[in-house]
Each structure stands twice: as structure tokens, then as C-alpha cells.
Design a protein around this ligand. Structure first.
Ligand code: APR
Length: 320
């Protein structure tokens, strides 16, 4: 059987890391696409040359021609510009919306059966626009944010409790922005919910609140340190986890920016929710019960996402 084909649209910091991870995990053959001439070709060759030492079997090709993504099983989109210090994800909207239009058209023409994972920010609005521009089924187009936000939350919690990250599970809902909703009640250490761990004296409510805030600011913390761009290792790893769930029909329960129509009382909006990812793409949106405070936080986050979607419609009338 031929290997799956993974097309990476955008061969920058995240795109290059995605290519390296996909090859090392032998998820399939990799096509790196970018508008910058030489960048995807150079990265593809460099990663291919790591193959003999690493011992993976995967073909890599860099290209500036959309025709090369033909028949891709998975497309991961990072095309666009990243943040610089002082910028919010929302400041990227105007530039990256135009990029989503060309990417959506390219995928629709050459890889209409692919499972598409968008990473470009501002995430929830960009994945919404990408689905509209591409016309692909909504269950085959999603955004990577929740896996990353949860991973950041898990990392900080494992430091706080001094336990392995493997034993920490965490839940983050809502948009990928300052209004994201880390859900402490559904986050656990070996099955023990965080509020119980406060009661047990393992941590304090103040420490937990600080960790929640650090999770919300997780992307900005990295931007502030790097100064020339935004995070790329953890975002790439998170998207690869989603791609693998699709390619191997793993039925993983992963939070991601999915098209929500009905659940949470929402109508046709992309926002971060827990989902099941398998061979049909987003196979299920899990509609968990929220208490009053959690619902209020989610409502605020959804309002922020709706504001960005309206801004997109204002910029490109074909989306209205
Ligand atoms: N088509 C294809 N590629 C494009 C296009 C386009 N229309 N416009 C820009 N690109 C390419 C750039 O040439 C660059 O190589 O997208 C790549 C983006 O790479 P980086 O600038 O290194 O950005 P990166 O850190 O990978 O982040 C990409 O993901 O997390 C988000 O906020 C981040 O929106 C940003 C995106």
C-alpha cells in the first residue's frame, strides 16, 4: 500500500518542524509548499538528509506549485505571518485572511479529500474562513489550538505538582486567545480533579489561578522570549497528534477548533471544543455540561471569536 501523503502549506518555523516530525514518525511522504522560492526545497532536502542517521522511510519534496499537493490525505496549514512582540493574534487578521483565500483555493483544486488542520492565527477565524474558501466538508476542516493550550496547561501543572506530565490531563475550551477557558474541574492528576487537589493541600487556589493565567498567556510568553516570531515546536507536535489520530483512525479525544452546530447551543461557528478524531475527520463534538461560571467564560470567548468572524466578513464580502 502506498504511504499516506501529507501536505504542509507553509514551510516556515512550524512547517519545517511538522515535516521533520512527520518523517521521523513515518506518518507518510511529505510535501512542503510555500510561496518563498527555495525555502521548502531547502528544508525538504535538509530533513531528507537526516533520514539515514535517524533511519526513517519517508520521501520529502519542497515545492512552490500547488499541483504537487495533489491527492494529499492530510493538509496542515501554517501559511501566513506570525506575531511579533506587542502584537495580539488578532492583529494578524487582515494579512492572514488573504493567505487563507489562496490556500483554500489551492486545497479545493488539488486535495479536496484531505483532512485539513489549520494552525494560522487568529486561529478560530482563520479556520472558519479556510473552510468557507475551500468549500470542503466542515467535519474535514479543523484548527489546532486546544491540544497546544492543554499541553501548556499540563506542563505547568506537572511542574506545580512535581509529577509526570503523563499523569496530568487537562481541558481547555473556547477560542485560541486571551479568552480561552482552561477548565480546572475537568482537569486532573491521575484522575483527581484540580479543585480536589486544592482541598487536599497539594496546591493553593492562588497558585492554580496563576497557572490558568499563564496558560492563557502561553503564546505571548514565547513571543516575548523569542522576539522574532512565535512558538513552533509545541504547535507542530500538537498538530501531528491530530494528523496521526486521523491517519490511524485512533478515535482520539482531542480538543480542537471544530465546526460546532447544535452543541453548546451554537450555530455553525468554529471554536475550541472536545472532539473525537478518527478516519472520518471530526467524528463527534463532545457537549460537556458546564456550570454557570464556566458557561459565562465560554460565552465571552465565543463573543470574541464572533467579533473576528464579523471582521473577516467586513474585509472580504464573499464571506458575508
Ligand atoms: N502561501 C503559502 N505560504 C505562505 C503564504 C501563502 N500565501 N504567505 C506566507 N507564506 C509562508 C511564508 O513564506 C513562511 O514561510 O508561510 C510561512 C510562515 O512561516 P513563519 O513566518 O516561520 O511562521 P510560523 O512560526 O511557522 O507560524 C505560522 O502559525 O501559529 C501560527 O501565528 C502563527 O500565523 C502564524 C502561523
Amino acid at each position: 500500500m502506498a504511504r499516506p501523503k501529507i501536505a504542509l502549506i507553509g514551510a516556515g518555523q512550524i512547517g519545517g518542524t511538522l515535516a521533520h516530525l512527520a518523517a521521523m514518525k513515518e506518518l507518510g511522504d511529505v510535501i512542503l509548499f510555500d510561496i518563498a522560492e527555495g525555502t521548502p526545497q531547502g528544508k525538504a532536502l535538509d530533513i531528507a538528509e537526516s533520514g539515514p542517521a535517524e533511519g526513517f522511510d519517508a520521501a520529502l519534496k519542497g515545492t512552490n506549485d500547488y499541483a504537487d499537493i495533489a491527492g494529499a490525505d492530510v493538509c496542515i496549514v501554517t501559511a501566513g505571518v506570525p506575531r511579533k512582540p506587542g502584537m495580539s493574534r488578532d492583529d494578524l487578521l487582515g494579512i492572514n485572511l488573504k493567505v487563507m483565500k489562496s490556500v483554500g483555493e489551492g486545497i479545493a483544486k488539488h486535495a479536496p479529500d484531505a483532512f485539513v488542520i489549520c494552525i494560522t492565527n487568529p486561529l478560530d477565524a482563520m479556520v472558519w474562513a479556510l473552510q468557507k474558501f475551500s468549500g470542503l466538508p466542515a467535519n474535514k476542516v479543523c484548527g489546532m489550538a486546544g491540544v497546544l493550550d492543554s499541553a501548556r496547561f499540563r506542563h505547568f501543572l506537572s511542574l506545580e505538582f512535581g509529577v509526570s506530565m503523563k499523569d496530568v490531563s487537562a481541558f481547555v475550551l473556547g477560542g485560541h486567545g486571551d479568552t480561552m477557558v482552561p477548565l480546572t474541574r475537568y482537569s486532573t492528576v491521575a484522575g483527581i480533579p484540580l479543585p480536589d487537589l486544592v482541598k487536599m493541600g497539594w496546591t493553593t487556589q492562588d497558585n492554580l489561578d496563576a497557572i490558568v493565567q499563564r496558560t492563557r498567556d502561553g503564546g505571548a510568553e514565547i513571543v516575548g522570549l523569542l522576539k522574532t516570531g512565535s512558538a513552533f515546536y509545541a504547535p507542530a507536535t500538537s498538530a501531528i497528534e491530530m494528523a496521526e489520530a486521523y491517519l490511524k483512525d485512533q478515535k482520539r479525544v482531542l480538543p480542537c477548533a471544530a465546526h460546532v452546530d447544535g452543541a453548546y447551543g451554537l450555530k455553525g461557528i468554529y471554536v475550541g471544543v472536545p472532539t473525537v478524531i478518527g478516519a472520518s475527520g471530526i467524528e463527534k463534538v463532545i457537549d460537556i455540561k458546564l456550570d454557570k461560571d464556566e458557561q459565562a467564560m465560554l460565552d465571552k470567548s465565543i463573543d470574541a471569536v464572533k467579533g473576528l468572524v464579523e471582521a473577516c466578513k467586513g474585509i472580504d464580502s464573499s464571506l458575508a
